[in-house]
Write a protein that binds this ligand. Sequence first.
Ligand SMILES: [Zn+2]
Length: 286
Amino acid sequence: MAKTQRWKVGDATITKVVEIELPGAITWIVPDATPERLSQLPWLQPHFCDAQGVASMSVHAFVIEADGMCMVVDTCVGNDKERDIRGWNMRQGPFLSDLEGAGFAPESIDRVMCTHLHVDHVGWNTRRVDGPWKPTFPNARYLFEQRELAHWQAAESRSQRTVMEDSVLPVLDAGLADAVASDHRVSESVRLVPTPGHTPGHVSVRISSGGHDAVVTGDLMHHPAQVAHAEWGSAADTDPELAKATRSDFVERYADTPTLVLGTHFATPTAGRILRDGASYRFVVD
Ligand SMILES: [Zn+2]
């Protein structure tokens, strides 16, 4: 499977660079999304599950080029990091060279935005260079939603402390971080949209250019099946009721509109539109 995909949204360009493809059951993250239930949504096939309902997901970054700016949205799992999750611990993956191969040397990035501060969204914020963790993107301002940052700075779980210490605090220490509001306007065409519930300060990213629109979901949903079943939560939602309300609102807002929806964990081809489907909804790829 190709590691990169590219979309034009008016004058903006969005490029996806994949770090990890995750085939297999997704009940570890969306417990209601059993193979049996997924197989009852035939429009998920062939991209998002197979005929048996075995799903696929992806960990990837989106690079948004707009208004003379180049911004990475979500920095995946990263290399060399001590993690509890098998396959994510002390990774040695080629993400950074794949990013550079797509045309984005680390020095060329001038914004980094994490939709939230979970382990698979902050990893490449930093990398190990002769000992200490250093910001991977030395010329970038890193945007962190202010409530999200405060929440996780106060977190006590050992695993989340580790994530903060190796992937967020070194950026703050380097003076490269900006705490921003949940509706922050990044540039003329790019702004944040508050979508709380998965985490307290979770945001999506909206791109509007030349009369065209796109939105990067973040983890308000993990799989397109949640377009039809907004009530299916994530095992990692900090506020399950708020997350569910945010998911429902999101699906209703974008249904039957031309807005291109880019799923932060949706497997290739990753982007599509939300359509009403009787009393429900479905996700249709271009
Ligand atoms: Zn995630």
